[in-house]
Design a protein around this ligand. Structure first.
Ligand SMILES: *Cc1c(COP(=O)(O)O)cnc(C)c1O
Length: 452
């Protein structure tokens, strides 16, 4: 096999996610990347080129590609039990995983429901919250409160509570009727304001929405600290503390979607620890299996669980199911991932790596077209603008970020900017030298993007 042959075969048959296929067609300007194998932070194509995976393959990979510790755990499980129905059956990997998830997540999350991808996990949390209120005789609580610029997945319910018009505008007639509250985005800080100030100022909108809609609102859903798909916009943990208190006061659930930020990305194992807060529902996926197999977990409280625990005839139970719920191979990958967190100083090392990223990105703050360099732990983003003093964005039609993407590929780096925001969210096995390389390539790419 070689790069070209595989590309031709692909373009005759596949329809790629999140892609205008014409970009890759005859007149397209984007190269499709055929990957033969991965090793650590590197992805190798068929013609001997390699690319540093700066985005952890869409934020899923934690400990590098083809990690033998995770790979061997999955291989061993393969000879034992590949899958079994989880309704009426149980198995060791699933029980051990749920026990350990309860141990490591915030105090008070004592039940685990499993699904097989992030969006499905969000659907579970939304349905469970809505259903809880019915079960406790509050059937008028049917609506969800979301933040502006939020992203929670692509299935219709998850898309409804997302606010990225690029993905959802087309489907507006199919969307749930949700309540949108302006995000506490620190990019919008005024002169002299800290991110905590922005959080407190913006919380007024949330307080107002909760006061106004408490009778009809089932839950507020947020991505703690970083709105990843929403151009890596970030906010202060103060907002989480205020939100937890207000949700309790108004009797509205809090759903923390930690699908992207969980498992160490923001510096702590879970972003909610920055509060610290315990949400009523915590959605996990992506890093849960370190990027090995699709799986999601929704953790919730005993209070929620008890509202469904009843005589069959009451028909109160949560009947949601997915064929691959609790897949043993995925559970083994997740357990091996947790073993690595247990045995290696992952978070300590990440702190050093994050400090290094911060130091290396520092000079970009002075760049005439860089409006913001922001970071929460192992997520760092650089936002390009046309006019720095007014923070005027480049028109989206110019697709400036693609210059960085294309340049990265010629230099052996898989950087995949979100619009005008270039970011690093690498596997934790990256070295300081590799970070230096990525920042160098990103800086060159930014020069190309602003000159284009
Ligand atoms: C990726 C993501 C999802 C959706 O997960 P999928 O597995 O892609 O369906 C939901 N929420 C957040 C915050 C995400 O980043």
């Amino acid at each position: 096999m070689d790069n070209n042959t595989l590309k031709q075969r692909d373009l005759r048959t596949l329809w790629h996610p999140c892609t205008q296929m014409k970009d890759y067609g005859e007149e397209g300007t984007l190269p499709l990347l055929p990957i033969q194998r991965g090793e650590g932070v590197w992805l190798y194509d068929f013609d001997g080129n390699r690319y540093l995976d700066a985005i952890s393959s869409w934020w899923v990979n934690l400990f590098g590609h083809a990690n033998p510790r995770i790979g061997n755990a999955v291989k061993e499980q393969l000879d034992q039990l590949e899958h079994v129905i989880l309704a009426g059956c149980t198995h060791e990997p699933v029980v051990e995983l749920c026990e350990r998830l309860i141990d490591i997540t915030p105090e008070g999350l004592d039940r685990v429901f499993l699904a097989d991808n992030g969006s499905a996990g969000v659907e579970v949390a939304l349905k469970m919250s809505f259903h809880y209120w019915r079960n406790v005789d509050r059937p008028q609580k049917t609506r969800f409160i979301r933040l502006s610029n939020s992203y929670h997945g692509e299935t219709l319910g998850a898309l409804s509570v997302s606010d990225v018009p690029l993905y959802s505008a087309t489907y507006e007639p199919l969307m749930l009727d949700v309540i949108t509250v302006p995000a506490p985005d620190c990019f919008d800080r005024e002169d002299g304001e800290t991110c905590a100030d922005v959080a407190r100022r913006q919380f007024d909108h949330m307080e107002q929405a909760l006061a106004e809609h408490a009778d009809e609102a089932a839950a507020v859903i947020v991505e703690p600290l970083v709105q990843c798909a929403g151009h890596m916009r970030m906010y202060d943990p103060e907002y989480l503390r205020l939100l937890r208190e207000a949700c309790d006061r108004h009797g509205v659930h809090l759903i923390a979607d930690e699908i992207a930020v969980g498992f160490g990305r923001t510096g702590t194992l879970f972003a909610c620890e920055h509060g610290p807060i315990t949400p009523d529902f915590m959605c996990l996926s992506k890093g849960l299996t370190a990027g090995y197999l699709p799986m999601a977990a929704v953790l919730t409280t005993d209070t929620i669980y008890q509202a469904f625990y009843d005589d069959y005839e009451k028909l109160n139970m949560f009947l949601h199911s997915h064929s691959y719920t609790g897949n043993p191979l995925a559970c083994r990958a997740a357990l091996a991932t947790l073993d690595i967190f247990d045995s290696d100083p992952v978070l300590e090392r990440n702190r050093e790596l994050a400090a290094h990223i911060d130091k290396r990105l520092e000079p970009l703050r002075e760049h005439p077209h860089v409006a913001d360099v922001r970071q929460h732990g192992m997520i760092a983003a650089v936002e390009l603008v046309q006019d720095k003093s007014r923070r005027t964005p480049y028109p989206w039609q110019e697709r400036r970020g693609l210059h960085i993407y294309r340049h990265g590929l010629t230099r052996g780096a898989l950087l995949r900017p979100l619009g005008n925001v270039s970011y690093l969210m690498p596997p934790y096995v990256i070295t300081e030298e590799q970070i230096d390389f990525l920042v160098e390539v990103m800086t060159e790419g930014i020069e190309k993007a602003v000159r284009a």
